[in-house]
Write a protein that binds this ligand. Structure first.
Ligand SMILES: [Fe+2]
Ligand SMILES: [Fe+2]
Length: 184
């Protein structure tokens, strides 16, 4: 089971490496976002932009059209633009999450000094675990709605923080965002 998971993640990883967003993809994204949100989207590495687009399309295929959900799909990983991941860090994270997910959470919880990720082996894990909070702050500065900000902040917390979403519609939106993120 673990091997299948690693192979699936490797496939996702390869897709992210080779598929750049096209001009028409970017025009579509621009039509869904405000100018300041679109600037955030374009700050991301193109592989993260392509991932956001895959999450968006997965949600549209499921019949999801809530505007805050679609924006969160595109920008849920914008926090990663603070400290772009190196190729080897991406590989290590994919494998470690499949093999030792508990340790990844522990390593990623390491404190940062003055908003600088440490330059040691934990750097990638810190980015992987803490980017939702960074992204939520960036979304707030760009004027996104409280719901879109919350979806970004909790997009990888499992359903443990679902209690922070008071309405069942909002809980549904978090659930479908997490599912689409996981498979994209
Ligand atoms: Fe993420
Ligand atoms: Fe993601």
């Amino acid at each position: 089971m673990k091997l299948a998971r690693i192979l699936y993640r490797a496939h996702q990883f390869w897709q992210a490496l080779v598929k750049k967003p096209t001009k028409s993809d970017l025009e579509f994204v621009e039509s869904l976002l405000t100018p300041s949100e679109y600037l955030l989207f374009r700050r991301m590495h193109w592989s993260e932009q392509a991932h956001g687009l895959r999450v968006l399309r997965s949600l549209l295929d499921r019949g999801e059209h809530h505007p805050d959900l679609l924006k969160a799909a595109l920008l849920h990983d914008v926090g990663k633009s603070c400290f772009p991941l190196r190729l080897w860090e991406r590989v290590v994270i994919v494998v470690a999450k499949a093999v030792v997910p508990g340790r990844v959470i522990r390593w990623g919880a390491s404190p940062m000094l003055e908003n600088q990720a440490p330059a040691d082996w934990r750097r990638g894990f810190i980015i992987s675990e803490q980017h939702p909070g960074w992204g939520a702050r960036m979304a707030a500065e760009a004027g996104m709605s409280p719901l879109a900000i919350a979806l970004i902040r909790y997009h990888q917390n499992g359903m443990s923080d679902v209690g922070k979403f008071s309405h069942s519609l909002d809980r549904h939106l978090l659930h479908v965002l997490q599912a689409a993120d996981e498979e994209s």
